[in-house]
Design a protein around this ligand. Structure first.
Ligand SMILES: Cc1ncc(COP(=O)(O)O)c(C=O)c1O
Length: 398
């Protein structure tokens, strides 16, 4: 038995089988490249799942990790530590927010945001203002509250009943949103660019309209930028591209360069409703994670870096339009920055599996969308290589 077969057998025997993993074992990475235990290379068009924004073996991340490991790894949230306070300042001073609450994952961040909205409404004297409005195509995570706001039936159905008082409006349909959002709604949660649901950007007029409806009905607007935030769309936050600001924003995936983190950014108005004991976490916002997150944030939050994401995103879009949309298997390309979805005629999973044979890792977003989320550091040569491999994949599937 080879080492690869050994590891796969152990995984099959001992790990709960909730993932269908391919038959290779990833061992190392460098830049946008991953290497398996049999020495095969893969161009990573998924960044984990939108996590490794700075690729693999990024020296800034490794340096921060080493430095943090030499001081404190964990002390709990009962005590002050410098990295948490400094990361919170970095995030607030570079966004709409006044305050931050740290969590350990995206779902947890959304869970917290929903709780904050409920408490905020109650503090205003509205005990019956408990409704939450989410949208078709949404994905907000797998915990019970986040799942209740996630539209996809196959994720929800086996676990019902989920938390109550969540209703769904049609994404990008203001009339539908207007019908769903009432004075009993405490929060509206939306991804400015939907990820898992098919890589669908919100229409600018839709987000502007949502802000207006929320203001009229007194509901909080929550942007879930867990996948589309932190430079992914070519601006630091996706909402900047829309000129609409939320009351809360949730972050996670790329924020600590591959270490688990989540964050809820909120305005002082919402923060005023919350006090000691209202929410908490044992691990969240620890000094090691926050030190690493600060290094990622410093790296991404420069004009030069964000401009490069825009330029390379435009380059990728042009390549996809010129060389990939011509394939009879691809019906449409949509996205923003370095976040793209290819609407495919055959099942997207078939393309994902074939791509691996061509040394390319892609993701899917629903049954018929192939999703590309390469590291934000990808070069134009590497984009050419990614598109070459994608074209070969489509020829093979076709
Ligand atoms: C938009 C969005 N929200 C929430 C989540 C959940 O994040 P996590 O898997 O870290 O709980 C995801 C994960 O894919 C996501 O894409």
């Amino acid at each position: 038995m080879t080492v690869t077969e050994d590891i796969i057998e152990l995984e099959h025997k001992y790990v709960l089988q909730t993932y269908k993993r391919p038959d290779f074992v990833l061992e190392s990475g460098e830049g946008v490249w991953l290497y398996d235990s049999d020495g095969r290379e893969y161009l990573d068009g998924g960044s984990g799942i939108a996590v490794n924004a700075l690729g693999y073996q990024n020296q800034a991340i490794i340096g921060a990790l080493r430095q943090a490991a030499d001081s404190l790894i964990h002390v709990s949230n009962l005590y002050h530590t410098a990295p948490q306070a400094l990361l919170a300042r970095d995030l607030c001073e570079n966004s709409f927010a006044d305050r931050v609450f740290f969590s350990n994952s995206g779902a947890e961040a959304n869970e917290g945001a929903l709780k904050f909205a409920r408490k905020w409404a109650r503090t205003q004297g509205h005990t019956d203002k408990t409704g939450i409005v989410a949208f078709t195509g949404s994905f907000h995570g797998r915990t019970m509250g986040a799942l209740a706001c996630t539209a996809t039936e196959k994720y929800r159905k086996p676990f019902e009943p989920l938390i109550g008082d969540v209703s769904f409006a049609q994404f990008n349909d203001l009339d539908s949103a207007r019908r769903a959002i009432t004075d009993k709604t405490c929060a509206v949660i939306i991804e400015p660019v939907q990820g898992e649901g098919g890589v669908t950007p919100a229409d600018p007029a839709f987000l502007t309209g949502l802000r207006q409806i929320c203001d009229e009905t007194g509901a909080l607007l929550i942007f879930d930028e867990i996948q589309c935030g932190l430079g992914r769309t070519g601006t630091l936050w996706a909402y900047e591209g829309y000129h609409v600001t939320p009351d809360m924003m949730t972050l996670a995936k790329p924020l600590a360069g591959g270490l688990p983190i989540g964050a809820i950014l909120l305005t002082q108005n919402v923060a005023d409703a919350l006090g000691p004991g209202d929410h908490g976490s044992t691990f969240a916002g620890g000094p090691l994670i926050c030190t690493v997150a600060r290094s990622v944030f410093r790296h991404v939050n420069t004009t030069v870096f964000l401009q490069q994401v825009k330029t390379h995103g435009d380059y990728l879009a042009a390549q996809l339009n010129d060389r990939v949309v011509v394939s009879p298997l691809i019906e449409q390309v949509r996205g923003k920055g370095l976040m793209w979805g290819l609407v495919s005629a055959p099942p997207a999973a078939e393309i994902m599996v074939e791509a691996r044979k061509h040394g390319l890792i892609v993701l899917v977003a629903g049954p018929n969308v192939v999703r590309l989320l390469p590291p934000l550091t990808i070069s134009t040569d590497e984009i050419d290589e990614l598109v070459d491999r994608l074209v070969k994949t489509l020829e093979a599937v076709g």
